[in-house]
Design a protein around this ligand. Sequence first.
Ligand code: C2O
Ligand code: CU
Length: 462
Amino acid sequence: VKGNLHPMDSRKVKDKSATVNGQPIDYYELTMQPFQKQIYPNLGPANLVGYNGIAPGPTFWVQKGTETVLRYHNNQTRNCAVHLHGSWTHSPWDGWASDLVEPGQYKDYYYPNSQGARSIWYHDHADHVTGTNAYSGLGGIYIIYDPSEDYLGLPKDNYDIPLAITDKIYQSNGDLNVPTENGIPNFFGDVIQVNEQPWPYMNVEPRKYRLRFFDMSLSRPYDLYFEQPNGDWAQFQVIASDSGLFSYPVTTSDIVIAMGERYEVVMDFSSMAGQNITLKNSMNQDTVQEYENTDKIMMFVVGNTVSDQTNNGDVPSTLNPSVAYPASKTTVDHEFNFQMGGEGEWTVNGISFNDINNRVLARPPQGTVELWQLHHAGGPGVHPVHVHLVDFQVVSRTGGSRGVLPYESAGLKDVVLLEPGETVQTLAWYGPWNGLYMFHCHNLVHEDEGMMVSFNTTALAN
Ligand code: C2O
Ligand code: CU
């Protein structure tokens, strides 16, 4: 573990306020541009592409109900499309993979931010180059917060830390080894980074922290745990996932997080003053020869004094009493098989995103609940399935060694992990808007090779 973690700050990029329909709106400009930065210690700089010259891009903290317009300029050489993952975005601004912002162009994206507080993220979504763009640095954190949650007394400000995990490969000159577009079924890096720094450490105080985990890797899921110096795994409380706070905290000593997923935990370092706590990963990739240090993520160096005791009490046993579980339903509306079509062709029910005449696989009427059955029907690696627009309940998981994990069912999700052979049922309310949206495997290598299709939430007749 080397280097010093710079917690991501809220480098706000608000340039000017604008007015839309007579209402003020928060307006930001972001430029997607190449830059160089030394990431790997003692080697040369890496060529990255970031938003406003940093990777991950600026972290947004947007108060629930504040509408935003983000103008993204594409000043790099590849096409871009920006998706705000986990947002109730109307279809024209959802980052449809062929709605490209070409080099030299810009596009304005509008976000209502009217849904419940949650940790979401923005990343590139351009057809065939999403993985390359995201890997080069085009990803960032966007947090919708709601002051009406403050009474819960959860750790905040300096004690509320977003942590974006990725895995990379570097060349001996320090530049990134960018995964080639063709041929590889998965990308696994040997260097684990948090907020773009390899195996960093972070100084913490002996008290509670809210840690917001994001898996921004291309193909690698993690099973995270906190290792104490005596080898014990520390317990912690999971309080939120993709769609915000759970009804109640879930206590565990490890948590599986796959690409695109978010989990928020409260970790209490108060009994660990003076110790080094290592965040580790117990999940190996068995389709490849696993690298040596991918079991380590970062280190928390626990100091001896607490400078601020506010928001350091017990996590309340009720967090969000009104998680919006969809009305239950037992008949399956759609079955989707995530599988390998032919050589290097990844599909959903045999259809890939290239199949432009056949890629709308569901038409849920706006405002209705549907039960979808998702199956990992083959191909190396895992298929974490992401459905745009909606929050879903993970109803069941069969066909493998595990069922639904307690922290998967304590709140609503927008990504669910399918390991080989597994079948998962998801229940979602298709709204609030109508329109065309994507759903896909969030293993970005698979997505870029076609494992992406769409649904059309059809408008109700008046
Ligand atoms: Cu995080 Cu369709 O993506
Ligand atoms: Cu996949």
